[in-house]
Design a protein around this ligand. Structure first.
Ligand code: ADP
Length: 425
């Protein structure tokens, strides 16, 4: 079966087409600047030249339409016909408390999804628009929603309950939800595979360190706590997001700066994090470079980030009552050996020690801790699209939801287009 994975953002569309039986990625690409005059649609199709098309895409309907046209194009495409697509897997950021697993979308599910929009007003509306567009352009092709929040639905109440009046939970569903669940689950499963151990027997903290960063404590194959909360603004310091701060800062800024709440939220989302501290960039490569040249604020931003991750790891240990493995993933986690070193130095009291011959920028996957240390440290490249495809396949094959915990798959066998590294969302 061929499964098309779609990740619809407010002005972007990322896609990946998988042939599930042969474990092959047939095509992948991305449209940016949807809704603007000069959209770009980039495609990487197996056995074809990479393609970047400058075009105008007024909305997601036009973007999906253009995608299907390319995939079925006689010269540039890879499908004889659209009917070859057996299923569509959608990334949906927020499933609220309704969705603990991936689900096939029907009209009843679509209605429940509508109610999740208010929990993720920036992300869920474009995700759901993707579902609606596919319903009209590919009627009859089954669709599956795979949620970033679902993996974390196994957290115990004492981990997800905020200490504010309980009525806000019962009335408004205010609680810790957590995000990046597709990535955390994938990385936990892959970690167990690499170590050739049962996931259920491992106590893992997965560290998804990208532009958005979060940690997850995985015990018994389940997410038992995570650093992000009601929104992806909380938890770790991030590229431009502040992470955990004193909530009283919000009213302080409103009053002192005479700005609106919306403006404060904009500052906390887009002008904070390592960008806010350094005043240079949210990109860790720029910060490493500047820090190397002696820029003190770049150095400070990197140390604040490292300390925030180490502190977060320490705070999650009670959730799993111990720690066997730390698994680093996403842009920074996979590629920045200096950042992994800084984080692990704060954790040396736990007996964590890196093997500096293994902890190099070029490491692709595997152990980077010193032989004989009690807590293993791994680099595990995440692949959220692969996870969405596999979850969707499982739902479509079995006609039921995927399990809440553990791994239903062997993740190691999926082949990429011509040896290219998978593109992450
Ligand atoms: P997202 O999917 O959340 O947009 P990614 O997982 O792609 O983010 O991570 C993006 C981040 O990874 C950027 O801040 C980028 O600077 C950082 N990054 C990528 N490669 C490196 C590297 N070699 N060294 C340090 N940081 C890196």
């Amino acid at each position: 079966m061929k499964i098309l994975v779609l990740n619809c953002g407010s002005s972007s569309l990322k896609y990946k087409l998988f042939e599930m039986e042969t474990n092959v990625v047939l095509a992948q690409g991305q449209a940016d600047r949807i809704g603007l005059a000069d959209a770009l649609f980039q495609h990487d199709i197996r056995g074809r030249q990479s393609l970047t098309i400058e075009t105008q895409l007024a909305n997601h309907y036009e973007a999906v339409h253009a995608l299907l046209a390319i995939l079925t194009d006689k010269k540039q495409g890879i499908l004889a016909d659209m009917s070859e697509i057996g299923g569509i897997g959608h990334r949906v950021v927020h499933g609220g408390e309704h969705f603990r697993t991936s689900v096939a979308v029907d009209s009843a599910i679509r209605e429940i999804l509508e109610s999740t929009k208010k929990l993720a007003p920036l992300h869920n509306p474009p995700n759901l628009m993707g579902i609606d567009v596919c319903t009209s352009l590919m009627p009859g092709v089954p669709q599956v929603a795979v949620f970033d929040t679902a993996f974390h639905q196994t957290m115990p109440a004492y981990a997800y309950t905020y200490a504010i009046p309980y009525r806000y939970y019962t009335q408004d569903h205010v609680r810790r939800y957590g995000f990046h669940g597709i990535s955390h689950r994938y990385v936990a499963c892959r970690t167990a595979e690499i170590l050739q151990q049962k996931l259920e027997n491992l106590k893992i903290i997965t560290c998804h360190l990208g532009a958005g960063s979060s940690l997850c404590a995985v015990g018994g194959g389940k997410s038992l706590d995570t650093s992000m909360g009601f929104t992806p603004l909380s938890g770790l310091v991030m590229g431009t997001r502040c992470g955990d701060i004193d909530p009283a800062l919000v009213s302080f800024l409103v009053e002192k700066e005479k700005i609106s709440l919306t403006q404060v939220m904009e500052i906390l989302n887009r002008e904070s994090g390592v960008f806010g501290i350094s005043g240079i960039s949210p990109d860790f490569r720029d910060l490493e470079k500047e820090a190397g040249l002696g820029n003190e604020r770049a150095r400070l931003a990197l140390m604040v980030y490292a300390y925030s991750v180490a502190r977060g790891i320490g705070s999650l240990i009670p959730a799993i009552n111990g720690l066997d493995v730390l698994a680093f993933t996403a842009g920074i986690g996979e590629h920045s050996s200096p950042m992994r070193r800084r984080i692990c130095e704060f954790l040396s009291w736990l007996g964590i020690a890196l093997d500096e011959d293994k902890n190099v920028d070029s490491v692709v996957e595997g152990l980077i801790s010193r032989n004989g240390t009690k807590i293993m440290v791994l680099v595990v490249p995440t692949d959220e699209e692969k996870m969405i495809a596999q979850e969707s396949w499982a739902v479509l094959q079995s006609n039921k939801n995927t399990p809440e915990k553990g791994c239903a798959f062997n993740h190691s066998t999926m082949k990429d287009i011509g040896g290219k590294k998978n593109e992450k969302s």
